[in-house]
Structure formats: structure tokens, C-alpha cells
Design a protein around this ligand. Structure first.
Ligand code: TTP
Ligand code: MG
Length: 400
């Protein structure tokens, strides 16, 4: 069976979502990332109309305003984009069990086994495009090819609202006329010395004597040339989102001191959130589990307005839950924290949070890095530090 890999990428994703919500924005130069009056910040994306003026993602808002002064500027509604992304994902799940969401608006699907059911590549692409239109009103572009590399380049070449199919054996010919910068992994730093050698197109790179490339670029040149020839073996990696992430612990002696219990809860939250971020997830619901004497287990839960990856958001919610849990004046045997309604942590999250959240996210990222290197105990919050260093809780489930 021939391997067929599909790559899909939504067109001007954030801008298109806004245009579905407010059709008067259709056909207008729309820039998402900040208001005209915002002094700082960058462009998340721009509608294709705004791109004509040279506006693009990651450009400063100031520059975008200069290039496109009559553009419509919006801060964006992250929750809506997440929601649209989930709907797209749900459509893709109907086509094949092997789906890899690569970012908020793009995915790879192994459609090798779906050919008969949908009537080949063309049938699959038509189904996905029309289902996504029906479910979300959004346009997308699809590439289908023998591997992920070619599928991605094909969807890029087919934009916007397009579909491009590359047959097996046509990979190298498809790539050959493109400038080398189109090859993933070839950034400006690699491009300049390649161009200095006279290598301008991907075809040039594919045909260049391998030894010469290796002399210049070291062993990495082999992979680069394989890519230029359209060879790529990486698999579509299906990602599994767990239902919950949590930590719980049973006390050696039953506790009444809620101040102490809260410190332990704080510690359990820190551990759970570290694990959450490690899995590149965010959580929307937090549940406090309490087992009172003799063996009565209760749960208290709260759903946030938006998913989060920040400890303090969960701690605030937990504070309210603890107030409820305290009402029962019985000693406590066990407590636990569990995070649910998990979703993929989208990479541009920081662009949308309030400043406080943004700062916290940067801090947490650095904290996680230190912990990954030196162990979890190397960094703890003041609150849970009141428990002392090297907290030893009785339950092994903690180290899960
Ligand atoms: P992209 O798929 O790179 O861009 P796009 O969907 O807006 O446009 P197209 O695919 O048609 O070229 O990114 C998807 C979304 O991710 C985008 O709509 C906004 C967000 N994003 C940022 O917030 N910052 C960025 O720097 C980039 C590249 C994307
Ligand atoms: Mg896109």
C-alpha cells in the first residue's frame, strides 16, 4: 500500500475566524495582534488583503500600522481560535485514526488507509474542506503527498483555499524549481552560504556533489540533501491527550490543620502543573479531592473561563474550593488535586494573556527548565517551602 500523507493548514487562521464572526470584515485588510492605539506588541496574523501591503506574522504593530494605515486592527479572541481548532480536529478524526495536530491550525494525517472509503486523495480533500466549511465556515489548504515533508510544502504552495496532490515519484521534480528557503530547516543562516556556492533552487541542492556539501556544512549536509530530493521517513505521530493529570497523597496521621493542608495542596498543584506543562497541555478544570475520617471521599471542582498553564490561576481557584472543603470539620486522611478538560497548549498563548499572565508564563518556563535540569525540588514556591525541603509524603502516586 502506498503511503499517503495529508497536511492541512488553515488560511489566515485568526483573521478568518474573526471574519466568520463578523462578515463585514470579509475582503478587508484585517490585522490581529493589537489595536491601532497599542504601542507595543506584534502581529499574530493578517488577512490576505493586509498581506498585500507587506504585513505579516511577528511584525511589530508599529510597522504594520505604517504599511497599512487603513487596516482594521484587533487584539483577537483566543478562546474562539481554540474552539475553532477543536472543531477542525474533530473533522480530521473522522478521516483517519492517525492525526497529529502540529499547531493550533495545522495537522498531518496518515490517509493511506482511508483511500477506499473516501474515493482516493481527491475525495478525502473534498470531504475535509467541505466538512470544515460546514462546521466552522473557515477556509483551509490541503497538500497530499507520499511523506510529511512534501505534504507540508504542497499545502504551503496551494494557499489560500487550495488543494495540491503530489504523486509518488514526483517529489523531487515538485521541489526542484523552488528557492532553497522553502525547505524546512534552511533558514537565512544556511541559505546565505548555500547561495554563495551557487545553490539557488532545491533542485540545485539535490544535484550538488555530496562531498562538497559535507565539507562545507558537516554531516548535517546528508539530511539536507535527502530533503532536497524529497525523501523523508518521519511518521505521523498520533498524540494522546490524557483525561486528567493530578497528584494526591494520604497523610500518615489524619490532619485538622487546614493551613498545613493548604501548603501541601500548594505543593501538589506545583507538581501537577509542572507535569501539565511538560506534556504541553493546559487545563480548564481543577478538582480538589478530600477524604475525611473515617473514609468519606468528597470532590470539589471549579471550571475556569479559559484553559491555563499557570500555577497561580489554579491556586486561586483552589482557595475557593478549600473554603468549601473546610466546612466539614472532620480530620482529613487524604487530599488530591486533579486537572482536567485538558487541551494542547497552543504556542502563541502568551500573546493573548493579560500582562500578569504573560510574565508568569515566562517565569514558569524558566522554572521548568531549571527543574528539568536539577530536579523538581531545586525550585519551589515560598508557600510550599513552608513544608521544608525535600517534602516526603506518604504516597508513591506523587512521583507519577
Ligand atoms: P499560520 O498557519 O502560520 O498563519 P495563518 O494561518 O494566519 O496564515 P496562512 O497559514 O494562511 O499563511 O499560523 C496560524 C495562526 O497562529 C495565525 O493565524 C496566528 C497565529 N500566529 C501567531 O500568533 N504568531 C505568529 O508568529 C504566527 C506565525 C502565527
Ligand atoms: Mg495557517
Amino acid at each position: 500500500m502506498d503511503r499517503r500523507i495529508l497536511h492541512i493548514d488553515m488560511d489566515a487562521f485568526f483573521a478568518s475566524v474573526e471574519q466568520v464572526r463578523d462578515p463585514s470584515l470579509v475582503g478587508k485588510p484585517l490585522i490581529i495582534g493589537g489595536l491601532k492605539t497599542d504601542t507595543r506588541g506584534v502581529v499574530s496574523t493578517a488577512s490576505y488583503e493586509a498581506r498585500k501591503y507587506g504585513v505579516h506574522s511577528a511584525m511589530s504593530l508599529a510597522e504594520a500600522k505604517r504599511l497599512c494605515p487603513h487596516g482594521i486592527f484587533m487584539r483577537g479572541n483566543y478562546a474562539d481560535y481554540s474552539e475553532a481548532s477543536r472543531k477542525v480536529h474533530a473533522v480530521l478524526d473522522k478521516v483517519s485514526p492517525i492525526v497529529q495536530m502540529a499547531s493550533i491550525d495545522e495537522a498531518y494525517i496518515d490517509v493511506s488507509g482511508s483511500q477506499k472509503l473516501f474515493g482516493g486523495d481527491d475525495g478525502i480533500a473534498a470531504f475535509i474542506k467541505s466538512e470544515i466549511r460546514r462546521e466552522t465556515g473557515l477556509p483551509c489548504t490541503i497538500g497530499i503527498a507520499p511523506n510529511k515533508l512534501i505534504a507540508k510544502i504542497a499545502s504551503d504552495a496551494g494557499k489560500p483555499d487550495g488543494y495540491l496532490r503530489i504523486e509518488s515519484g514526483r517529489e523531487a521534480a515538485f521541489l526542484a524549481p523552488m528557492p532553497i528557503g522553502k525547505l524546512p530547516g534552511i533558514g537565512p543562516k544556511t541559505r546565505a552560504p548555500l547561495e554563495a556556492l551557487g545553490i539557488k533552487t532545491i533542485g540545485d541542492l539535490a544535484a550538488w556533489p555530496a562531498r562538497e556539501l559535507e565539507q562545507q556544512f558537516g554531516p548535517g549536509a546528508v539530511g539536507m540533501q535527502r530533503a532536497a530530493r524529497g525523501i523523508s521517513n518521519s511518521e505521523v505521530e498520533t498524540e494522546h491527550i490524557p483525561k486528567t493529570i493530578g497528584r494526591e497523597t494520604t497523610f500518615v496521621n489524619n490532619l485538622r490543620d487546614w493551613q498545613h493542608i493548604e501548603r501541601i495542596l500548594h505543593y501538589l498543584i506545583e507538581r501537577s502543573m509542572h507535569a501539565l506543562r511538560h506534556e504541553k497541555l493546559e487545563a480548564r478544570r481543577v478538582t480538589l479531592k478530600v477524604r475525611y475520617e473515617p473514609f468519606d471521599t468528597f470532590t470539589f471542582a471549579h471550571t475556569l473561563d479559559e484553559p491555563t498553564r499557570v500555577d497561580t490561576d489554579i491556586c486561586e481557584a483552589m482557595h475557593v474550593l478549600v473554603a468549601k472543603a473546610k466546612e466539614r470539620r472532620t480530620p482529613v486522611r487524604l487530599i488530591g488535586v486533579s486537572l482536567s478538560q485538558l487541551s494542547w497548549d497552543q504556542r502563541q498563548r502568551a500573546l493573548f494573556g493579560a500582562e500578569r499572565t504573560e510574565k508568569w508564563e515566562h517565569t514558569l518556563e524558566s522554572m521548568d527548565q531549571i527543574r528539568n535540569r536539577h530536579g523538581f525540588e531545586s525550585l519551589r514556591s515560598a508557600r510550599s517551602m513552608a513544608l521544608g525541603r525535600n517534602v516526603k509524603l506518604a504516597t508513591p502516586s506523587l512521583s507519577r
